[in-house]
Design a protein around this ligand. Structure first.
Ligand SMILES: *Cc1c(COP(=O)(O)O)cnc(C)c1O
Length: 488
């Protein structure tokens, strides 16, 4: 059965809050920057009282409580101004403490929270913007292209492309990298079909929806890896149309690595030679695989079109960012010249964060290949440790061989899930063991989880939930699948 992406509605999740004052015609002109009469002063007390329209109003209000933006005191009122300044400083200090606590108890998202970028604090007061193409100077001088290109060179080399063979840029996130990679694929093959496994990241659907490209979902194995037999049967049903394949280098939920070589062989055997485009979504593991000897190689020496990775995941960065690398020859297909920028327009976004490349550059200079390799090894070791400890406690757990994403039985205690910021899906949750997570933290986590779990079941008879469907019978420790518990 072929499922189309059009049945996935991204619109359902987008909360649209009508800008309250924009119905005023002058306000509109002001927002767009179109020359016209100055907008009349807005009465903020009235605006704040207005409904933001729709069911999301009240939720927003509790979140904003104490944080509402207030009109500053009149210039003449020095006392009130000082009082306000103290209030703002106190709010920010509280928020700083809150972030410290949330950072200390974070296990569920693949973000490396361990870094110190104090040396870059001096650049906070610059509006660094790398708008347009990283390789072409624009007229805007406050940019950091030299850092961006240096970082891109490093990644191109990592994935086997020479300086004069690649094109790429530092994106806002892994999602933008996927949007770009799949766009290049579609521009090369306008009548192509996107193939992606069921465990894909939602950004791939987003791309298919935005570009109005048919998207065919491929079944996965229990590991989360693409099922190549199903892939073969699906492409054979569409022999007339080129294939644009999204290959997962680390799925979001289980950290599974799709078998790139087998996917390429399958395409070639089925007659797709020169009629396919492969985008590798390596958001997290794209930066881990090159440092694991036994891992399949992600490299442009193979017939792939693009690779993307998130910068704030394994590397760690205060702001979301990412890297996308593609072949220079491909980019000529979709770029057009924009006179206004005096730059080639091949990026998804216009203005681009010029701070992010500096953070990535600092990290790469500090850690280098050797430092990153050391961190990758530590993460894999600690993930194995966590998996073993969970199993020792009778908690079903699963770990892919080349991954630091530990999948386990979803905890029942919502406060616990919230405290550790676990990502849950159906019956399972996961912990992504990142460089900032040490054994002590994992011990705390496991002990707390085990205590919560046994207190929940106290007096009610112990009943371990079955997660066979999610992680396979060998990893499930429920009464039916755990041989040890059956014997006991
Ligand atoms: C996180 C993730 C993305 C998206 O990355 P963002 O930086 O959050 O946009 C894409 N693909 C996979 C597999 C991911 O895990």
């Amino acid at each position: 059965m072929v499922e189309k992406c059009s049945d996935v509605g991204i619109c359902g999740e987008i909360v649209v809050v009508a800008p309250t004052a924009a119905h005023h015609p002058h306000q509109r002109a002001g927002i767009c920057g179109v020359a016209g009469p100055a907008p009349p002063p807005v009465d903020l007390t009235q605006v704040a009282g207005e409904s933001t329209g729709g069911k999301h109003g009240p939720t927003t209000c509790t979140l904003v409580e104490g944080f509402a933006v207030l009109e500053p005191p009149a210039d003449a009122d020095a006392d009130a101004a000082a009082e306000r300044a103290d209030h703002v400083a106190a709010l920010l200090a509280d928020f700083g403490n809150h972030l410290h606590e949330r950072t200390a108890h974070h296990l569920g998202y693949p973000y490396n929270l361990d870094f110190d970028f104090s040396v870059l604090a001096q650049f906070q007061n610059f509006s660094i913007n790398n708008l347009g193409d990283p390789f072409i100077e624009s007229n805007y001088g406050v940019h950091s292209r030299q850092f961006e290109v240096a970082v891109l060179d490093w990644f191109a080399r990592l994935w086997g492309l020479q300086q004069d063979e690649y094109w790429g840029y530092i994106t806002n996130c892994g999602t933008e990298g996927n949007l770009h990679g799949l766009l290049v694929g579609r521009e090369l093959f306008p009548d192509g079909i996107i193939y992606a496994s069921r465990d894909l990241h939602y950004s791939v659907f987003k791309a298919a929806t935005m570009y109005r490209v048919e998207c065919v979902k491929i079944d996965t194995l229990v590991s989360g890896e693409m099922n190549c037999a199903d892939f073969k049967s699906k492409i054979l049903q569409n022999l007339g149309k080129p294939a644009i394949v999204n290959v997962n280098i680390g799925t979001t939920v289980k950290g599974a690595i799709d078998d790139l070589d087998k996917i390429i062989r399958t395409l070639e055997k089925c007659g797709f030679r020169d009629r396919f485009y492969i985008h590798c979504d390596g958001a997290l593991a794209g930066l881990m695989m090159p440092f694991i000897k036994q891992a399949p190689k992600v490299t442009f020496e193979k017939p792939i079109g693009s690779v993307s990775v998130s910068g704030h995941k394994f590397m760690g960065c205060p702001m979301p960012c990412g890297v996308v690398i593609t072949r220079l020859e491909h980019i000529k297909v979709l770029s057009t010249d924009v006179e206004y920028l005096s730059s080639r327009d091949a990026t998804i976004m216009g203005s681009r964060n010029g701070h992010a490349p500096m953070f990535l550059w600092c990290t790469l200079n500090k850690k280098g290949y050797r430092g990153i390799r050391k961190e990758v090894r530590k993460c894999l070791r600690n993930a194995r440790y966590l998996t073993d400890r969970l199993k020792d406690m009778g908690i079903s757990a699963y770990l892919n061989a080349l991954s630091s994403t530990v999948v386990f039985e979803r905890p029942h205690d919502e406060a616990f899930v919230h405290k550790w910021q676990l990502a849950c899906e159906g019956n399972i949750a996961h912990v992504v063991v990142m460089p900032n997570v040490n054994v002590e933290k994992l011990d705390d986590f496991v002990e707390e989880l085990a205590a919560k779990r046994s207190s929940l079941h106290e007096g009610k008879g112990f009943c371990v939930p079955c997660v066979e469907k999610d992680i396979g019978p060998e990893s499930c420790l429920c009464g039916q699948h755990n041989k040890k518990s059956r014997i006991a």
